[in-house]
Structure formats: structure tokens, C-alpha cells
Design a protein around this ligand. Structure first.
Ligand code: URA
Length: 482
């Protein structure tokens, strides 16, 4: 039996179903299951790649039926639709959909009817609440809806057409839809209604900006936006400026008053210069104003829209590990597997990291493992999603989350794997090949280690060189001990 991930919508399911038909896999050879729901009975085998552009003729009524039924909450829906498709295409039951007493047809029609009914209900019962004006001057509205089925995408065009001139978001546990600045976006569902507590929506953004730390930069950014001051009040980050400036002053004062405090100037090494250029708070007395619990950050990061990477990712992958970890490890960004499972370093690079950590005598379960960028950046190559390096702007956009994690964990030892992690926290001047090993960056952790990324090792074609580089990597990891 082959396990197939049905994906997220009709188009995903249709593509998989087409591959299965081409491979002649009958419905009882296929187990439709979302990735990560590992079944005891199915073999997780790759889906056969479509051989050619074979097309299968199906009645248009089937497409209509499948488009609606695929949104039903019943976990059997993908299998049921594949069974109907198989019968239509492979068993020459061309008139199957006309047999109104056929049990498969009855079931699929009932599912489609329930979905359509719920879409109507959503059109009728969603009530928007005004929450202010967006920076564009357009009015902003939010609504909450709790559907039984996955109807958000199906219902969204109605709201887009009707409320085209305002910006709005509909939140739901089954997915959220946002119409902002004339563009429609879908995001994962949220467990709880954020509209009920008027401050919760803003708080998501405030936490993000609070972790940017540097009020001067923030203020500059606001000015650069050339936004009339009257709109500033609608930006959650703007309200933080006085708070951050105050926190900065208080911290500087505390430093000055602390007895026996060493007030020598900040060491003038190239890493710290890099940091200052990147406006990371060191030496200017600005410090994180508060620690946000990791569980809360994990929830909030999923709502982050600071760069466009969220749009194509399944979810944000936050760090994992004990809150009191002595060691924090930072990689680049989640890969394909991490994106599907929502956990860092669980794919091939993660397995290599685990092996090297074990060989170095470091127990991964005691470490907090995370990435510089929280969303998977990829490009399609056929059915594969190939990793793409994040741009500097994406790394910068994600840095507040990484700093918030660093602030919460406050590790004694920090390992930066590869150029992206090193650039994010140490600035663009650090070169992994030149500077690997221990690095002097006491504002980050007592011991900071820069080394290569495990994916670099995976890509080395020559076996002997691979082995040598692996041993160097293990040696770097050993620096974390003691
Ligand atoms: N590569 C990374 O940098 N991080 C992961 O989580 C997986 C692969």
C-alpha cells in the first residue's frame, strides 16, 4: 500500500490522483493521509512521477462534485473521490454519476451538499467588526467564523466582491483569509478568536516589533514610510516607540548605577562592528524589554507577514527544545520535511546533525534548535520543492524572532550553522570558512561557535573530502562541551 498526502486543496489532490492513475494504482492500494499522520499500515513511498502528459477524460460534473466534496471534514473524502475517479476512468463506468443510488455517489453528493450549504451559511452569518484604518487609509475589518468543513477558500470570493474597498480578515480554526490592499491571502487556521480580545491582533505585531529593540531605527523606518503622522496611531509598532526609548534609557541608567560595573567601551573587534552596522543592540544600552514565553512566540510567529515567505510555506517552523537549554543551535531555514512536520532539523540535514552531535558527545535533546529564517523558501522542480537561499531582507525580517528566542533561552553556548545563521547574528562580514570555531561575541552567549551547515557536508561529492569535512564539523561541535 502506498501512502499519499492529499495536499491542501482540489488542485493538489487532482495532481496526486493523476499520478496514481498513470501508475495504475487501484484505490485499495492507496492510503490517503496527510503528512505527519504516520500510519502503522502504509509504506511511506514516493508518489510515482507522472510519465507524460496523459490526460484522463472525466465528466465536468465530477470536477464540480470533487471540488466541493474535497472541502468536507470527513477524512475519507480523498479516498472516496479517488474511488469514483478510478471507476469513471479505469472501469469504464462513464455514467456512474447518473446512478443516484450508488453508495459512493450518494456519499460524495452528500458531502458536496454539506459543503455548499456551509458556504452559504458563511456568506450569510459572517459579521465584520471595524478595527481601525489601515495605513493606506482603507478601513480595516475582522471577523471570526467556526465552520465544520474547510470552506474558507470557497467562500472567500463572495466577500472579496462584496467588500472590495475595505481591508478585512476572516479568522477561523480551518484557515484564515485576508483581503488587504486589493490582494487575497490565505493563512493557516487559528485556534482562538483573536477578534474577541481587541488587543490580541495588535499584540501579535507588537511582539514582533518589540523584539526589534532599536527605537531609533524604528523611528527612522516610520519616517521613511513617509506616512502622515495621523496614520501612525494605526501601526502597532509606532505605539512602541516611547516604550522602547524609555526601556533603552532605563537600561543605560541601570548599567551606570550597577556597583563595580566595568564601563570600558565596547571591545572594538570586527564582529561587534558588524553588529553595530546591523543595528543589533550592543553597546548602545538597548536591551529586550521583556521575555515573551516561547509557547506564545511559537503561536505568534505563524502570523508573521514581515516578508513574503509565509505565502508558500506550510507553516512557520519555530525552535524546539528545553526553555532552560544551555546550548542553542541555529541553522538557516526549514527544509521540505521540516516545513511539512513543523519542526526544525528533522530531514536529511537534521539526521546528519544528530549523528555529528552524538559523535561529539552532545545530547541534542538538551539543546534548543532553531533557524535564522522560520519559513521554508523553495522553488518547484516538477513535484519537488527545492530549497532556495533566503535573501538578506528575509533574514532581517525574521531576526526579531530569532532574537526573541535568544532572549528567552539565554544560552551559555550558541552554535551558528552556516553563513545565514552567522550573518543574521554576527553581521555580513563573518565568513564561515575563514572564521569558523570560537568567536568572541559575549552579548550573544558566553561561548559562540561558528561552523559549517550540515547541508554543506551532504553536498560534497567526493567521499574522502566529505569524511574529512565531517570530522572537522564534529570537532567544531565538541567546542560546545565543558
Ligand atoms: N536546514 C536548516 O538550516 N534548518 C532545518 O531545520 C533543516 C535544514
Amino acid at each position: 500500500m502506498i501512502q499519499v498526502d492529499p495536499g491542501y486543496n482540489f488542485a493538489d489532490w487532482r495532481e496526486s490522483a493523476r499520478g496514481l492513475l498513470e501508475a495504475d494504482l487501484s484505490p485499495d492500494q492507496v492510503l490517503w493521509e496527510k503528512a505527519g499522520q504516520g500510519s502503522l499500515f502504509a509504506e511511506a513511498a514516493p508518489l510515482p512521477a507522472p510519465k507524460s502528459a496523459i490526460t484522463f477524460q472525466v465528466p465536468p460534473a465530477f470536477v464540480d462534485l470533487a471540488r466541493a466534496a474535497i472541502c468536507h471534514a470527513d477524512l475519507q473524502r480523498w479516498a472516496l473521490l479517488y474511488r469514483i475517479l478510478w471507476r469513471l476512468v479505469k472501469c469504464s463506468e462513464k455514467h456512474l454519476l447518473e446512478i443516484v443510488s450508488d453508495p459512493d455517489v450518494v456519499r460524495a453528493r452528500t458531502m458536496a451538499k454539506n459543503v455548499r450549504r456551509e458556504i452559504h451559511k458563511m456568506h450569510a452569518f459572517v459579521r465584520f467588526r471595524k478595527i481601525g484604518e489601515a495605513e493606506t487609509g482603507r478601513e480595516r475589518y475582522v471577523a471570526w467564523f467556526e465552520p465544520e468543513h474547510e470552506v474558507i477558500a470557497g467562500a472567500a470570493p463572495f466577500f472579496r466582491d462584496r467588500f472590495a474597498n475595505m481591508d478585512w480578515s476572516i479568522f477561523s480554526p480551518k484557515g484564515c483569509v485576508h483581503w488587504i490592499g486589493g490582494e487575497m491571502r490565505f493563512t493557516p487556521g487559528v485556534a482562538k478568536n483573536p477578534c474577541d480580545s481587541p488587543d490580541e491582533l495588535e499584540e501579535i505585531w507588537r511582539t514582533y516589533y518589540r523584539n526589534i529593540f532599536n527605537p531609533t531605527r524604528l523611528k527612522e523606518k516610520m519616517m521613511k514610510l513617509e506616512m502622515p503622522r495621523r496614520y501612525w496611531k494605526n501601526l502597532p509598532e509606532a505605539t512602541l516607540i516611547p516604550e522602547l526609548i524609555q526601556a533603552s534609557r532605563t537600561r543605560t541608567q541601570d548599567m551606570l548605577e550597577e556597583p563595580g560595573r566595568d564601563l570600558r567601551p565596547v571591545p572594538n573587534n570586527r564582529y561587534l562592528r558588524g553588529l553595530q552596522e546591523m543595528s543589533v543592540p550592543y553597546g548602545d544600552g538597548i536591551a529586550p524589554v521583556e521575555k515573551t514565553p516561547l509557547a506564545e512566540l511559537t503561536r505568534m510567529v505563524d502570523a508573521c507577514r514581515a516578508c513574503p515567505l509565509w505565502e508558500r510555506a506550510t507553516c512557520a517552523v519555530f525552535g524546539k527544545g528545553p526553555e532552560n537549554a544551555r546550548l542553542m543551535i541555529v541553522g538557516e531555514q526549514p527544509g521540505d520535511r521540516e516545513d511539512l512536520l513543523g519542526q526544525p532539523f528533522v530531514g536529511p540535514a537534521g539526521q546528519l546533525l544528530d549523528r555529528a552531535l552524538a559523535e561529539a558527545g552532545v545530547d541534542r535533546s538538551t539543546a534548543y534548535v532553531t533557524n535564522a529564517v522560520k519559513h521554508f523558501k523553495w522553488e518547484a522542480r516538477g513535484k519537488l520543492r527545492l530549497h532556495k537561499n533566503p535573501d538578506r531582507i528575509e533574514v532581517e525580517a525574521c531576526k526579531p524572532w530569532l532574537l526573541a528566542e535568544l532572549n528567552s533561552i539565554a544560552p551559555a553556548v550558541l552554535i551558528l550553522l552556516g553563513g545565514t545563521a552567522a550573518a543574521s547574528l554576527l553581521g555580513p562580514k563573518v565568513k564561515v570558512t575563514r572564521d569558523r570555531g570560537l568567536i568572541d561575541a559575549p552579548h550573544l552567549a558566553a561561548k559562540v561557535i561558528v561552523t559549517v551547515h550540515p547541508s554543506f557536508l551532504l553536498r560534497i561529492p567526493d567521499e574522502e573530502r566529505k569524511r574529512e569535512e565531517y570530522l572537522r564539523f564534529v570537532n567544531d561541535l565538541r567546542l560546545a562541551l565543558g
